[in-house]
Write a protein that binds this ligand. Sequence first.
Ligand code: KIV
Ligand code: NA
Length: 276
Amino acid sequence: ADQRISAGSIRQRKGGVPIVCLTAYTYPVARLLDDHVDLLLVGDSVAMVLHGHKTTLGASLEMMIAHGQAVMRGSAKACVVVDMPAGSYEATPRQAVASARRIVKETGCQAVKLEGGVAVARQIAAIVAAGIPVMGHIGLLPQSVESDGGYKIKGRSEDNVAALFRDADAVEKAGAFSVVIEGTVETVAADLTRHISIPTIGIGASSDCDGQILVIDDMVGLTVDRVPKFVKQYADLRSVISGAAASYAAEVRNRTFPGPGHVFPAATDKNDTLDK
Ligand code: KIV
Ligand code: NA
């Protein structure tokens, strides 16, 4: 039986205990996070974070599916949502449904996420009608940063605020079970949260959102490039990994690694395998 948190049960948590979300891209990290989160997002940020692309436009359906499969293998409890990459859904609702079906069929994930409000409402409605739960994503849209001229905070002007409300309404009406609000003025994110009846998941938004999400590599201090202001670094894995690499390099150079415990003596023992 499926013990996973469903998209439907995430939806029911509007206004309740905040929904804990993180991105995950790999089997070991999914294993570690599954006990602590409600939802794991296989974000198209994987293209930047793990593959070194300059923007999320470097993500492909194949990339998203491979990481989605790894995260599904590593988790048992979390609701797993896989991002639809740029170019896989914008053209038509038909294209969006075909891509969403492929992601769900090949990974077994609970839901998909796509970016945009009014502009993709027909896509969201079509995927939901095909029986696949959809998470929306409004505010700052990383797949549009090139056309938008950079990573710009949303909700500063009256026009901008009105557009955000139209997007939130469109995403809700299209049947999404929740919506990410990214890079949006705090009071606007809080107002949007009160305005719609599906949970809002904030990132650079407001503590009043119904849940929060961060990119795992940013959160644990593994991201080498500059991280956004909204990131709180809860650990410093860069220095842990650099320190380990420096120790290993020194021990290889002075021949203290491998030591007696890491080699196979000429006299065979009864369990002659690679096990410790
Ligand atoms: O790709 C991603 O990591 C995301 C989250 C930051 C919401 O879309
Ligand atoms: Na994303």
